[in-house]
Design a protein around this ligand. Sequence first.
Ligand SMILES: Cc1ncc(C[n+]2csc(CCOP(=O)(O)OP(=O)(O)O)c2C)c(N)n1
Length: 373
Amino acid sequence: MQVGFLIEKLKELHIHTIAGVPDSALKPFCNYVNTHLDPSFCHFVPANEGAAVGIAIGSYLASGNPACIYMQNSGLGNTVNPITSLANEKVYDIPMLLLIGWRGQPGRKDEPQHKFMGEITLPMLDVLSIPYAVISSETTKEELEIVFRQARKCLDGNKQYAIVAAPGAFEEEEAGSYENTYSIIREDAIRKILGSLGEKDIVVSTTGKISREVYEQSNRIFGGHSECFLTVGGMGHASMIAFGIAVENPHKRVICIEGDGAVLMHMGSMAFLGKQKPKNMVHICLNNEAHESVGGMPTGAAPDYWKNAKDLGYEHSEVIESYHELDKAFPQILNRAGLSFVEIKVAMDSRKDLGRPVESAVENKAEFMKHIN
Ligand SMILES: Cc1ncc(C[n+]2csc(CCOP(=O)(O)OP(=O)(O)O)c2C)c(N)n1
């Protein structure tokens, strides 16, 4: 389907608010709404998919019109609470259109973190009482017309409706230019951090390309990656995983490496850490102001993460913007006591030939647990 066609259909459905978290299966849609969306629409990239449901509810309450929320199917998990406890017909009965990128579709090869969610995406919609249609590159225009007729019927009846898009369902759209003004390449920062690790140090890295870069750089530097836990799914939860490890291992240092999109997704964790003050934890945010791993859509907020960390109670906090500062700061940062936060401003860049873990997730878990124990 051409994204322009979908946008016309959204207008017919009286939708003028679009909110979501980007996904690689929805890349053409994300590129379109970010670069040439008709100004009659409002578009937001909130912190997480549950927040997008919040926007849809508020927008409907104020305008009487449904909103469209978009997400990767892993984000469906984040929407379950506001959908079940607010939007469902047994509560406020609020219509909205969900556009869901289907990773891990059965029969299609995908990464381990998408497998189970891929299998339960449609059953989950059934459980949520949300009617849906699956679209793919094979879906014809006539079939799409039927899909939007069904959508209209549901939305008019105050029901939610989901369009589940298999990768390739949308025709390619011009990517526009996703860039920022920062010079440090994210993978260089990761190389510097890993190169500064002590023997007993533990790394917990976030969802997306950061974990893939951590994996590759660790293999290059140490000939293995047993010190790293790759948070391949559960975006936004790496810092709490790191915290759980840090509490159990007070004599080891735990370095959590996240992207700004992941930090934002569950930013309350920073407030929690600021109060708990694990002495052996360093929290690093590689900030490119975007969701680079899934195409480059800018995040919907641009705080000074390092200043927030300070306000929230982290004992040390700083920002790094140049290679000179990066070289000066590491490995010293890793050698001080007390909860630290480091924001590193990074460019919108990654290698085209970046690999993925070759071992299974369970194998990597076993290696990691052997390393820390
Ligand atoms: C709950 C959830 N929503 C969306 C995704 C899709 N996703 C994977 S990586 C990523 C972007 C991560 O952005 P950021 O943390 O800023 O790191 P960057 O890729 O920019 O380095 C997104 C949105 C996901 N895996 N899980």
